[in-house]
Design a protein around this ligand. Structure first.
Ligand code: ADP
Ligand code: ADP
Length: 229
């Protein structure tokens, strides 16, 4: 599971803004793909189409061979978890924020999600360990800490596809490194689409797709793209 095919996607927003034109790519299960390109080239739009927030004007998107437009929304939401730049946080505890992902999850599940998402460094900074951190108010966390908790929340959903939209924007290098590590760890068990305009972040992906003029202008491993200049 977690295989994604975009086939000849075209898309314009309702106001007429044309964004995609012939966007085609296949993403393998548990592949870590970085989608790069300047701001405004349509990277987030691709995520929106995958989530079916909008319908493509042409072309098809398939997950495991099933047309996204044929899936129920519940099934689609069960397959894809998204982490954005500004993640929604309640003014509740970290544990409650993480638990939103799976209301019936046990405390052990929540701790495991936090560990899996690389939140352990943040947590180990706290002398009293996980329980103390999980009892912290979401509102009292730094941006980097919140971002890591948002990743833990997404991890807990156990979806076969994870989409990260500019997950390191505005973060310091330490947080950037921790988030990259978490993304790598999660890509061992889920397909990851990593949207970024930061080539340093993209450089550790399995494959980089460069978006330009509404389609993929170039793709390859980071080494291949570097060799091409
Ligand atoms: P990226 O993620 O690469 O920065 P986006 O997918 O967010 O790009 O946006 C692609 C283009 O579509 C931009 O020109 C943006 O302003 C425009 N756009 C994004 N969302 C909307 C919308 N809801 N309505 C109209 N235009 C939009
Ligand atoms: P990104 O960080 O993806 O580049 P943008 O700054 O392009 O985001 O867009 C931020 C929000 O505004 C998004 O929800 C996008 O859908 C919306 N948006 C962007 N451009 C337009 C537009 N021209 N008309 C309406 N909504 C837009």
């Amino acid at each position: 599971s977690g295989q994604i095919s975009f086939n000849q996607i075209s898309f314009a927003y309702p106001n007429g803004r044309k964004v995609l034109n012939g966007f085609t790519c296949d993403i393998a299960p548990r592949e870590l793909v970085a989608l790069v390109g300047p701001s405004g080239t349509g990277k987030s739009t691709i995520a929106s189409l995958l989530l079916r927030l909008y319908q493509p004007s042409g072309g098809t998107i398939q997950i495991d061979g099933h047309d996204v437009s044929d899936l129920t929304l519940a099934s689609l939401r069960g397959q894809i978890a998204v982490v954005q730049q500004d993640n929604f946080f309640l003014a509740d505890t970290v544990r409650e924020n993480i638990a939103l992902a799976r209301p019936n999850a046990s405390s052990a599940d929540i701790t495991a999600a936090a560990i899996l998402a690389g939140a352990h460094d943040f947590i180990s900074m706290m002398p009293d360990g996980y329980d103390t951190v999980l009892a912290e108010r979401g509102a009292s966390l730094s941006m980097g800490q919140r971002q890591r908790i948002a990743i833990a929340r997404a991890a807990l959903r156990g979806c076969p596809i994870l989409v990260f939209d500019e997950p390191t924007n505005g973060l310091d290098p330490d947080n950037e490194a921790l988030i990259n590590e978490a993304i790598h760890r999660l890509s061992k068990r889920a397909t990851v689409i990593l949207i970024t305009h930061d080539m340093a972040v993209a450089a550790s992906a399995d494959r980089i797709l460069v978006l330009s003029d509404g389609r993929i202008a170039e793709h390859g491993t980071p080494q291949e793209l570097l060799a091409k200049g």
